[in-house]
Write a protein that binds this ligand. Sequence first.
Ligand SMILES: [Zn+2]
Length: 504
Amino acid sequence: MSFVQKTGLSLAIATATAVLLSGCATTGPSETLLSSGLTAVSSPQSATQWYQLGASEADQRQQQTATTGKAKNVILVIGDGMGITSLTSGRIFSGQQLGLKGEEFHLSFESLPYSALVKTYNTDQQTPDSAGTMSAIMTGTKTRAGVIAVSPQAERANCGSSKGTELTSLIEFAHQQGKATGVVTTTRITHATPAATYAHGPERNWEADSQLPEEAKANGCTDIASQLVTSDLDVAFGGGLKAFTPAATGGYRADDQDLTANWLARPGHHFVSDAQQLQQANMKNGQWLGLFSGSHLPYVDERDDKIPGLLTMTQAAVERLSQDSDGYALVIEAGRIDHAHHAGNGYRALKETEELHQTLDWLINQVDLSNTLLLVTADHSHTLTLAGYPTRGNPINGVVKGNDDRGLPKTTPELLEDGQSYTSMNYRNGPGAVSMPRPGVDEATALQPDYQQQALIPLESETHGGEDVAIYGAGPYAHLLGGTMEQHWIYHLMRYAITGKQEI
Ligand SMILES: [Zn+2]
């Protein structure tokens, strides 16, 4: 049985689980389970839907076998800032959007057969940033925070210390192997995470030339946008047009260059800037730069139809890259989960996570997992917490309503020792910090898209969290995932899958 079939089965079981355990079931468990070939056993224990679906899942998992052929394709998917609490809250949110209670739902990628925990620290920071974490994932070595694919010896924002220490990224290695390469993101294409796939330098904030200090210019460092338009990428989709256009036209470039023109001047290179152009593009060949916003793409709930979403960009990228008979390497980033968390805004973090879930739902069914390594992870966590004792199916971003002494749901909000109500989701720090006496929260306010969950420590921008993140995988060598991994091991796993062996 192939991974494709097994993943499909696993998703089917997950869906059945979601329907049956949501309390919205229209079919009984016996009907569903008999079709999977399980033997019906009658006892008070085995009569429950939970027991039978658990047995069914064990039955599926014992049939799982490792895939050890070389990977033709590698797809790495990053939910930026999508820590464990984001996953739990995100799955409940996505399930509740479908009318389920939510807790029983599975995000699409949570059904991939292999997983592990990942340690995210940088060489110089206990709690990391996205530049250091993506540099680790892309180059096979941890680095300092804030640097883009240069060695751990390089000091941040010190060009002289970084020259000659540029590290070959997994995307660049895949290009050397003859594969097509691409990167897709909802952030600026020059932002830290996508930048670490194609650029090198000691400072993530050098996105346009106007941001380079004199020392950097004197020592020959170049901005990230200019590195993109001279890169070997076949596909680069995201936001961030202003780093490519001159100040005279509202951009950030001091050199008066229009880098989109420089890209277009290369043979076979194309540029698109809205959803319609992307849809009409012939993605059978050529190199494609798509910049759909001046800065980051708007959040999902604030986008108009001129701007393609993560799924649309991913579909176009896969269409182009899969034309290469040598295979491809693709990085996909749902980058604005992180931004919503920084804003202390749980709703948009969950909406962005839902978009990633929907994109992966398509991708998992589209690619051939017998020759494609698919990895889904986060670069780091945030300080989001999920707490209190809300009843099953309580709106994930709502006010906590608990159960009575018999375990039956109450209709009025729980009140704490301070006499006030509270929400399930909160942040440890950030712009939602409250001063004492703590105000209560009513349900209508908590469910507003702009609502900032309460926090303890006041900060203009909520911070990253330092705990481990999850990684999920399927396809060649995905079975090497396991236990608690160092983040830079992810590179070695992908390289091993491409070459079929380890090379030092
Ligand atoms: Zn961040």
